[in-house]
Structure formats: C-alpha cells, structure tokens
Design a binder for this molecule. Structure first.
Ligand SMILES: Cc1cc2nc3c(=O)[nH]c(=O)nc-3n(C[C@H](O)[C@H](O)[C@H](O)COP(=O)(O)OP(=O)(O)OC[C@H]3O[C@@H](n4cnc5c(N)ncnc54)[C@H](O)[C@@H]3O)c2cc1C
Length: 410
C-alpha cells in the first residue's frame, strides 16, 4: 500500500503530471534561461531609457545570443509531430513569460515572419532569410489600430467608412513598391532585420484591398522611428517603420488580396495563442513571488503566511494560474492538431490569461504591502508588463467582439 501524504509538493508548473523526458528537459533548460538570463536582463533594461535598450552594449543582445544556444527554433519544432510540437511550444513560451514578459515578446515577435511564411507555404523565403533571425510584424498604423485585426469589418462602426490605410503596396512591372508607414507599436521595430508587413494593395481601383509582404529592412527607403518609451514591457523595443518607394521582387508578395483574410486570421490565431502561454508564465512568476514573500515576511511576530486570509488569497492566485495554464495549453494543442486553428480559442486564451496575469500581479503587490509598490521589489514591474498585454495583439475588449462574431451562427 502506498504511503498517503496530506500535502503534495508541486513543481513550479503546478499540476504537470505527464511530461515525457524530452519535455522535462526542454522545460528545465528554458526555465534556467528564464531565471538566469531573462529575469536579470529584463529588470536591468526596465530601468533604462528606451534608446539605451537597443544600444550596442545593451544586455538585450545577450538574450538573443543565449536563446540561440538553447536551439529552440521554429524550423526544428516543425519537424515534430503536431501534438509533440504543441506541448513543447506551450511549455517553452510559458517559461519565457516566467522569465520576463517583455523579453518573451521580443523572442516571439522575432519569429512572426517565419510563422506567417510557414502558414502561407513560403518556406523558400524562410530559407532565403535564415541569416536574418530578428523579425517583426507590421500591421498597426497611426490611423488604424484595433480595426486592422478585423479586415472583414465586423467591429467597424456601421455609420462610417474605414478610411484609407497609411501604408500601401503597388505592383510596378516586375517589382512591388511600398509607400507609407506603420505605427510606433511595432515590436522589434528598432532592431528587426525583416518585417512581415500587412498593408494596403493599391491596384488603382480605389477599393479596400490588402496584402502581406516580406520586407527586408536593410533595403533603400526603409527608415525607423525613435524607440518608444512606455510604462511596461520596457525591454521590448518598439518603433514606427517608414517606407519610401521601397522596391521588392514580386515573389516577396506572401499573400495577395484573395489570401489576405487567411493570413490575417492565421497570424492572429498563432499570436494570441502564444500570448496565452507567455502571460501564464508571467502570472506564475507573480504568484511565486507572493508565495515566497508570504513565508519570509515577518510582521507582528509571525510570517504572514500564518494568517488564514493570506493563505486563502494565495490559494486563489494558484487556482487562477492553473486555470490560465489549462486553457492556454488546450488552445495551442487544438491549433496545432486540428486541420485549421480556431481563432475564437486563441482569443479566449489571450484575453483570459492576460487579465489573469494583471489580476495576479495586482494581488502580488497587495501581498507585499508597501514593499509591493517600490521598485526595489519585482512585483510592480509585473503589473506594468501585464497591463500592456491587455492591449498588445489587440485590445481585449475588441478581441472579444471579434470572438463573439466567430462563435455566432448568424
Ligand atoms: C506592448 C505592445 C506591443 C504591440 N506589438 C505590436 C506589433 O508587434 N505589431 C503591430 O503591428 N502592432 C503592435 N501593437 C499594437 C496593438 O496591436 C494595438 O495597440 C491594438 O491593436 C490597439 O490599437 P490602438 O492602440 O490603435 O487602439 P485603438 O484601436 O485606437 O483603440 C482605442 C480604444 O477604442 C476602443 N475601440 C476601438 N474600436 C472600437 C470598436 N469598434 N468598438 C468598441 N470599442 C472600440 C478600443 O477597445 C480601445 O479601448 C502592440 C501594442 C502594444 C501595447
């Protein structure tokens, strides 16, 4: 008869019972990287002005170099059977988010061009630009934010038109010429080597048509804005991208107007699902800090964990992290294994988990008392980072409206 223990000790990722050897090893090496590299670098970059984050001597570059050594890349993941790939993806991105949410987005955004090229069957371009591993996703514009994630117009105000996009491509002979700009929100904008660009397609008809292009960012006519200064995810460099008669070969057209909706829904399904895993990790970090602090902080002669209400609050944080993890992993699994990803699932994961990360970070601050709001302790940064995630890759309320149209039968 096996011994019964009233108290089960859990690993940092809680109720993980069925990880195979490879998964355990990958989880562990991603966690080591998260704790040893991402967390200290993220905390250091958080204190720097935006321009210093991308300076030649910035420790941001150490994150890329050390991440490369882990050997985690999309091409290798794609060799695996779908279910195995899904499990590894969810485990790894959770660990990256556990290390630092902003830096996890840096690494995730770098992969977005490859993700879209794979989705659209353009592995030739992945191979051609294999020497340019830092990518970005350019879709948001100065005059078009939430609406850019819903070209089918479900969330558009019925009384008004959409307005002309700020960035357009035009076919000229055997070239594609790009003019215009993308907004200051382009993650990795100041440092990216390639951009997967979602823009207007100007065929002279005046109709609202769109396309997707791969744009190497060292081409003549490309320029970038100053790095954006913001409240959270300060390690994530962001800036505008400007295109002045940027000329590309025709084969850099990744999605023509008739394929645009597939490319839009595909990238959003992938990005929102990965956001679910990343911010599960950030929520877990906040819970863990609060848990440790509750054992260490002595007040009124006892560690605060001895108060029933403190245990009760920690328990609810634990429960929310587990729920976030269950949803985010389930969505990644569905999207990899099913014939087509379910965007409504990805949206559900993104909005649920980012709200969880924000709430758990806020509860962690409360657990730290006055120390929680000082920059001496790690939890106020987690709150600032999580706050941005509720807007990033789509404002949560706008995504919910889109999700509602996707689940509706009429
Ligand atoms: C940290 C971070 C990283 C990002 N990374 C990228 C990136 O890599 N690439 C990229 O292209 N973009 C990126 N973005 C941009 C992001 O996707 C947009 O900020 C987001 O889509 C919202 O657009 P907006 O900021 O223009 O807000 P707006 O669309 O102007 O929305 C402002 C407010 O109006 C509300 N609203 C708008 N339309 C409606 C409607 N129809 N009905 C009801 N309410 C409405 C919104 O809910 C919101 O509260 C990033 C943003 C952040 C914060």
């Amino acid at each position: 008869m096996s011994a019964y223990s009233a108290r089960v000790e859990l690993e940092p990722t809680g109720l993980d019972a069925d990880l195979n050897e490879l998964e355990q090893a990958m989880q562990l090496s991603a966690r080591r990287f998260a704790k040893k590299v991402m967390r200290p670098v993220g905390q250091q970059l958080d204190h720097l002005p935006a321009a210093a984050v991308i300076a030649a001597d910035s420790s941001l570059w150490q994150v890329f170099a050390e991440f490369a050594k882990l050997g985690i890349n999309l091409t290798d993941l794609l060799q695996l059977p779908a279910a195995e790939r899904a499990r590894l993806k969810a485990l790894i991105f959770e660990e990256l988010g556990y290390g630092d949410g902003g830096l996890a987005v840096v690494l995730g955004a770098a992969m977005v061009p490859s993700i879209v090229l794979h989705l659209m069957g353009r592995t030739d371009l992945i191979e051609r630009y294999a020497d340019k591993p830092i990518g970005c996703w350019g879709i948001t514009e100065p005059d078009h934010g939430s609406d850019m994630l819903d070209s089918s117009g479900h969330t558009r105000h019925p009384a008004v038109g959409h307005g002309r996009l700020n960035c357009h491509a035009r076919i000229q002979g055997d070239r594609i010429v790009v003019n215009g700009q993308k907004s200051a929100w382009i993650s990795n904008g100041p440092i990216a080597q390639i951009c997967i660009l979602y823009c207007g397609y100007d065929d002279g008809t005046g109709e609202d048509k769109r396309c997707v292009l791969l744009v190497p960012l060292d081409l003549p006519g490309v320029s970038r804005g100053a790095p954006l200064d913001k409240m959270g995810q300060r390690a994530l460099p962001q800036s505008e991208l400007f295109f002045d008669n940027v000329s590309l070969p025709l084969d850099h057209l990744v999605a023509a107007p008739e394929d645009y909706v597939r490319a839009e829904q595909g990238v959003l399904a992938e990005a929102n699902a990965l956001m679910g895993t990343i911010w599960t990790g950030a929520a877990r970090a906040a819970y863990e800090h609060a848990y440790e602090y509750a054992h260490e902080r002595k007040q009124g002669g006892v560690p605060i964990i001895q108060h029933q209400n403190v245990r009760h609050r920690l328990f609810h944080m634990f429960a929310r992290v587990e729920a976030a993890r269950a949803l985010s992993r389930r969505v990644v699994m569905f999207n990899e294994v099913a014939p087509q990803p379910a965007l409504q699932g990805s949206i559900a994961s993104k909005i649920t988990v980012t709200q969880t990360a924000f709430d758990v970070a806020s509860q962690a601050i409360q657990m730290f008392g006055g120390n929680g709001v000082t920059r001496e302790y790690p939890v106020e940064k987690l709150l600032r980072d999580a706050r941005s995630s509720m807007i990033e890759d789509g404002c949560n309320e706008m995504l919910a409206i889109k999700g509602g149209t996707l689940i509706s039968r009429i």
